[in-house]
Ligand binder design. Sequence first.
Ligand SMILES: O=P(O)(O)OC[C@H]1O[C@H](OP(=O)(O)OP(=O)(O)O)[C@H](O)[C@@H]1O
Ligand SMILES: O=c1cc[nH]c(=O)[nH]1
Ligand SMILES: [Mg+2]
Length: 208
Amino acid sequence: MNTTILSHPIISHKVTLLRKTDTASKDFRILVSEIATMMAYEATRDLELQDVSITTPLQQMTGKEIAGKKLVLVPILRAGLGMLDGVLTLLPSARVGHIGLARDHETLQPIKYYYNMPKELDKRDVLVLDPMLATGGSASAAIDFLKADGCKRIKLLCVLGAPEGVARIEKDHPDVQIYIAELDERLNEHGYILPGLGDAGDRIFATK
Ligand SMILES: O=P(O)(O)OC[C@H]1O[C@H](OP(=O)(O)OP(=O)(O)O)[C@H](O)[C@@H]1O
Ligand SMILES: O=c1cc[nH]c(=O)[nH]1
Ligand SMILES: [Mg+2]
């Protein structure tokens, strides 16, 4: 299984606050960002290190630093933008690409309306950011576009995942490592995650 469910009391506490109907957009944004920082911490556990010679105030030593390859963060618009600053807190030198996708309300198919990536994607590791993995259609399409651009190492970070979405990514993209904060129960007839948190984009940007 390529899916890691982050199991941490602080994350659970923050996800519960996110889910509550009466959590205002201002607080919702802060919580998504904080959860994203913690998810990025877990998703970067295997970053390559290299030795570096440094001098402390007392002596010389060989320390460790992150080896050269720059990461690319790819939020799926809109809701993925809510995770971006939180991940950049941990990885301030990362490059950022954007994919705009909106689910058609009837068919639930993702419609692409924007795509802009940094150069040399084939040489970089990519973290795709989207708080919601529902049917998995949007994340799967985003990963298709990135692979078509040469990406070889992709991780997907989502706050909530439905079993249907996790299964879809594991089937379409078995090479992609998935990180979710919590695995929910199922989708409803409109493709919303249950118990879920509603429409993440609308809650982040106060559009409803
Ligand atoms: O797994 P799926 O079934 O594809 O659903 C998940 C997608 O739906 C939401 O985006 P939405 O289409 O609502 O766009 P928004 O971020 O602009 O609100 C969410 O942020 C994901 O991108
Ligand atoms: O529950 C869901 C499903 C898709 N997109 C959302 O924002 N929420
Ligand atoms: Mg939305």
